[in-house]
Design a protein around this ligand. Sequence first.
Ligand code: NAD
Length: 378
Amino acid sequence: QRIGVPREIFPGEKRIATVPDVVEKLIKLGFTVTVESTAGEAANFSDDAYRAAGADIVEGAAALWAQSDIVLKVRPPSAEEVALMREGGTLISFIWPAQNPDLMQQLAAKNVTVLAIDCLPRTLSRAQKMDALTSMAGVSGYRAVVEAANAFGRYFNGQITAAGKVPPAKVFIAGAGVAGLAAIGTAASLGAIVRANDTRAEVADQVKSLGGEFVKVDYEEEGSGGGGYAKVMSEGFQAAQRKMYAEQAKDADIIITTALIPGKPAPKLITAEMVQSMKPGSVIVDMAGEQGGNCELTVPGEAVVRHGVTIIGYTDLASRLAKQSSTLYATNLLRLTEELCKAKDGHVVVNMEDDAIRGLTVIKDGAITWPAPPLKTA
Ligand code: NAD
């Protein structure tokens, strides 16, 4: 079968769903691979690099989609892309079925099979190698610190120089999931004093092991909902949390917020008043912009200055490190393709008896199979 990789058409999207090193491995599994001309350019992968890895290069999306049995993508396809898709073909991509019911209907009408990488059952340890949400969150957390450092007018690390003593920057991280932990590790490695908070007490040890200090809210309530994910906290907890965050905001030079609750708007943790209390030149990076933001003053997708504080609400942090995120994403998809092609004969078999594959498969031969039943083994 032929695997095709189109150029991402979402405005500003720089990632691509495969990279030359992975093309070689897909070919070893027995597939032929086509890449749309210039599709890798924004991530620093040239047509020549894909050719050298054994891929065919075609001009234009129409030709790419027409000849591909299996299409690998990053962003959910547009209506135009769905129209180009081959009847009976297979698509592997981020889909977000709950947020995109129309797209699901369009795809089903095409009689295709769709594997949504965002629907991977992440609690299966076997699924970790395919967990693109984790790899993209890791890249984003790193990039959030790089963005903060770029907008911040001082060093992160303390220094004693001939020109005087420089104090280390203080970084406060709200939410210590995958992205928050990556941000903690990155900020600590630059030499900042890092503090972090999460409603799930279980992350305290991970915060410490990455060089951060866990700051507790003075209120007894466990924040774990189902499957290791957060829940909405009580009014009492939220009031106590606001008090603690107000103290941290006055002290911090940089705040990075990553707090999300599955299926709910992002909790508002940083009020306008807290922003106002920060030192001029401070920076907030709000990673929850797409879900409404953790800070009241965030403008999703933009960097703005409010009360002398730069508030960065970029929603494309992984794309801003396109070579790295494309490489990790491509590797996640390679691991998935290996699971789908155990015979190494260049043919994909979607085995609905396999927990991980069942979870990912949101449309099978035109029939919507999302949401998957709960895991038997979880
Ligand atoms: P996420 O992006 O959904 O949320 C980010 C963080 O925000 C979470 O740690 C959450 O607890 C925190 N948060 C929510 N509300 C908050 C509030 N009001 N104040 C402070 N913090 C708040 O989370 P994620 O990064 O996708 O990870 C969520 C969970 O999934 C974690 O337990 C993680 O370990 C788990 N996970 C498991 C696997 C696996 O089992 N293989 C893989 C990836 C993630």
